[in-house]
Design a protein around this ligand. Structure first.
Ligand code: C2E
Ligand code: MG
Ligand code: MG
Ligand code: MG
Length: 286
């Protein structure tokens, strides 16, 4: 069948197109129904962000899951692009933000006062004229301190329409929250926006962490970490799966990391259990 890469693309002469286009339309209708139904099929999962030096949980990233009544769990890489194209992401994303902020506020009261929560924003959400007002309303409603919230945005989204993006980022920063550049290293080659735009975190893309044993890749990761330090940004490595990667990153001076080595994204109850232990699971411990 036709391969999908981000946005669905179909080859005109692919005989399977009919079936695949049909399936996609089915999924789109289901998504519309699920969002319209009050979102009961959606759950926010949480993956710990870990301080490499101590193994402590610094915060969580909120990651959306869709439990489809017939298909089972549909991953974000499948339905977020659809939600983008249809505009459903604006409504859905607002709910993720509210739920994640509410949850973080609860956990701060129970176990972890300084806990930080990361929420992903896609292009459509970032361009939504109500974004700043919505975020501000959610912070007020949940009582979460603005500096506990990190909005994760990819480079390409930030650079898409630079003057407008700069205004939106400035308005978000005025609310007191933090901005992370997600999937850093995979988008634009120009780094000048890092100086111009008020970002707080760089998230080194998983593809670099994956190949960090390669000395050229290690040199790139090292340069990213140094660049972040020079600009006063904090660094999070994504997709740490192996102890060797973790120790390499720590040696290079990377402050924070996420990845299956520490924990997969978890339902809120399991994340809370982890948080009560304060330390993220690590090989050889627990
Ligand atoms: P992302 O923001 O870059 O999130 C990191 C992705 O890497 C997550 O995939 C996470 O489960 C996965 N991951 C974490 N550690 C590891 C690891 O050690 N190995 C591997 N192989 N993968 C790891 P997920 O949850 O499937 O989300 C995919 C993307 O979907 C996210 O990439 C983000 O761009 C988007 N997304 C997820 N939730 C939301 C949401 O609520 N709103 C928006 N707008 N986008 C979302
Ligand atoms: Mg992210
Ligand atoms: Mg990422
Ligand atoms: Mg991503």
């Amino acid at each position: 069948g036709a391969k999908r890469s981000g946005k669905a693309k179909y080859e005109i002469f692919d005989p399977s197109m009919g079936a695949e286009a049909h399936a996609r339309l089915g999924l789109e209708n289901d998504l519309r129904r699920a969002v319209g139904n009050g979102g009961a099929e959606f759950r926010v999962f949480y993956q710990p962000k870990v301080l490499l030096e101590t193994g402590e949980i610094f915060g969580f990233e909120a990651l959306l899951r869709w439990r489809h009544p017939e298909r089972g769990v549909v991953g974000p890489d499948e339905f977020i692009p659809l939600a983008e194209e249809t505009g459903l992401i604006v409504d859905l994303g607002r709910r993720v933000l509210r739920e994640a902020c509410r949850q973080a506020k609860t956990w701060q009261g129970e176990a972890a006062p300084g806990l930080v929560v990361g929420v992903n924003l896609s292009a459509r959400q970032f361009q939504d004229p109500n974004l700043v007002g919505d975020v501000s309303a959610v912070l007020a409603e949940t009582g979460l301190a603005p500096d506990s919230l990190v909005l994760e945005i990819t480079e390409s989204v930030v650079m898409d329409d630079a003057p407008v993006a700069a205004g939106t980022l400035a308005a978000l920063k005025d609310l007191g929250l933090r901005i992370a550049v997600d999937d850093f290293g995979t988008g634009y080659s120009s780094l000048s926006y890092l100086k111009r735009f008020p970002v707080d975190y760089l998230k080194i893309d998983r593809s670099f962490v994956d190949r960090i044993e390669d000395s050229d890749v290690e040199a790139i990761v090292s340069a990213m970490i140094d660049l972040a330090a020079a600009l006063g940004l904090r660094v999070i490595a994504e997709g740490v799966e192996e102890e060797g990667q973790r120790s390499r990153l720590e040696t290079l001076g990377c402050e924070l990391a996420q990845g299956f080595l520490f924990s997969k994204p978890l339902p809120a109850l399991d994340a809370a259990r982890l948080l009560r232990m304060r330390l993220a699971p690590r090989p050889g411990i627990g």
